[in-house]
Design a protein around this ligand. Structure first.
Ligand SMILES: [Zn+2]
Length: 187
């Protein structure tokens, strides 16, 4: 995929086209709360490789991170969409890009909830995700900027340079795209 694809802003205002399907989706074998063959186990190739490294490092620290939901087609998002602000409209979900992954842990019975932030896995993820090219895409206290509630379980692959930059500066992908003059990453 073109490099710009990985740093792309995907939101209600910047949806993906209905027909968009990432070129190279793979199941890289993450510990997944979904049966083999389920499309939600898929991720875009670069994102999948990065996620695999992240999971190895997390498990080496003695933690028990699990993947819950990766790729989601436009059609599947349409089925899930309830009109609520907690569920992205079809096209507005980063999961359609294959670059986003929801994660949890057995101590929460694989639930996606705010409590994840205070688990060992959630704390490790916040500290280390950027080392593997991921950001916590919907942080606390940025709800008005992202238009999404706080989701400590949703990570998004944006490449290592951009993930480090956004993490150091505490900026969201929206701020990066809307005010590039104020937050140009280092070369
Ligand atoms: Zn998600």
């Amino acid at each position: 995929m073109h490099r710009d694809f990985y740093t792309r802003l995907i939101s209600r205002e910047h949806p993906l086209p209905e027909a968009f399907v990432p070129e190279h989706l793979i199941d890289i074998g993450l510990p997944f709360e979904a049966a083999p063959g389920d499309p939600k186990r898929l991720l875009e190739y670069q994102a999948a490789k990065a996620a695999s490294q992240l999971f190895h490092a997390c498990h080496k620290s003695g933690l028990n991170l699990w993947a819950v939901s990766g790729y989601r087609s436009f059609q599947r998002q349409k089925e899930l969409f309830t009109g609520s602000r907690f569920v992205a409209a079809p096209g507005a979900s980063e999961h359609q890009s294959g670059l986003a992954l929801d994660v949890s842990c057995p101590s929460l019975h694989m639930e996606l909830c705010e409590k994840f932030a205070s688990t060992g896995e959630g704390r490790w993820l916040k500290r280390n995700a950027s080392l593997y090219g991921f950001i916590l895409r919907y942080p606390e206290n940025k709800e008005e900027i992202t238009g999404m509630p706080y989701e400590p379980w949703h990570i998004r692959y944006v490449t290592k340079p951009l993930a480090s930059w956004l993490t150091i500066t505490n900026l969201t992908l929206e701020e990066y795209h809307n005010f590039p003059q104020r937050c140009t990453p280092p070369p």
